[in-house]
Ligand binder design. Structure first.
Ligand code: ATR
Length: 280
């Protein structure tokens, strides 16, 4: 890739950013499509966030991904927020054409699962009630799941999130409960948004064991390090269908790419770049 006077800049803002997988993934896509774009990462101190957004506008930067700790705070400096991102209360993508914020994390999870099965009219159990669960839960509601059950260690947080999702009126059936009381007998899809199984604690008890699973279950783990988590190992033993966390990274990136460029993202090339970078 040759950076020229005409090159369009997109990038990531966060704090820290140096270990991000996004630059190799997006730059591989730009190269493949022979687009005059470059993706880079900017470490932005929280106190400089407003200046960073104003400066990016002035510099004619085309788009940003936004990561921790700016996903909530940055909304103050945008002109417009996508409807679901507003419900979630966090953005991970900015399009500078209209200074509009989006949240592609949740869509990323849906698209990952939809490689295997449609989420529409399904009975879905989500473990965890933090930021990732929130992003995914609102998108599950938007994509037409029948019943959403949010389970968490701290049940009050699960109740609060389920009430918020119900209030959106995107879905009629939202339940909540304790993660240790999980029953998957009637579930079509299980989604893990907790860090259980994440490196370096890879050999912990999974949030669900093979004995709780069944053959028709799809199991998605948002944890991507390691690639095959203890939960996905259980899913494989149960003959359930595993969906790997890396797919969520891939599809959130693909969605952001399409928002900025209006072009279809080259999924295969982005996936290769991602797996190479993560050493998978
Ligand atoms: P993220 O943005 O990745 O969702 P988060 O907002 O910190 O991160 O949320 C982490 C979620 O994982 C929470 O639902 C947390 O449960 P609590 O609300 O009870 O703390 C859950 N979690 C973290 N460690 C866990 C563990 N060891 N077992 C079960 N749940 C866990």
């Amino acid at each position: 890739m040759e950076v020229k006077g005409s090159t369009n800049v997109v990038g990531l803002i966060g704090h820290p950013v140096e270990h991000s997988f996004s630059p190799p993934m997006h730059n591989a896509a730009f190269k493949k499509l022979d687009m005059d774009y470059v993706y880079t990462a900017f470490d932005v101190n929280p106190k400089d966030l407003e200046n960073a957004i104003k400066g990016a506008e002035a510099l004619n930067i085309k788009g940003f991904n936004v990561t921790i700790p700016h996903k909530i705070e940055v909304m103050k400096y945008l002109n417009e927020i996508d409807e679901v991102a507003k419900l979630i209360g966090a953005v991970n993508t900015i399009d500078f054409k209209n200074l509009k914020g989006y949240n592609t994390d949740g869509i990323g999870a849906i698209k990952a699962i939809e490689e295997v099965t449609s989420v529409k009219n399904k009975n879905v159990v989500v473990a965890g009630a933090g930021g990732a669960s929130r992003a995914i839960s609102f998108y599950l509601a938007k994509y037409g799941v029948d019943t959403l059950t949010i389970l968490n260690r701290n049940v009050e947080k699960a109740q609060k999130l389920s009430e918020d999702v119900l209030k959106s009126e995107l879905i009629d059936n939202v339940l909540s409960g304790q993660i240790n009381d999980m029953s998957l007998d009637d579930a079509d899809i299980l989604i893990n948004t907790t860090p259980v199984g994440m490196h370096p604690n890879v050999d912990v008890d999974p949030i669900a064991s093979k004995d709780q699973m069944h053959e028709d279950l799809v199991v998605f783990d948002a944890v991507y390090n390691p690639n095959e988590t203890v939960l996905l190992k259980e899913a494989i033993k149960a003959d359930a269908k595993p969906v790997y966390g890396i797919k969520m990274l891939l599809y959130q990136g693909a969605e952001s790419f399409e928002i900025w460029t209006g072009k279809k993202a080259p999924i295969d090339v982005m996936e290769d770049a991602l797996t190479n970078y993560l050493g998978l």
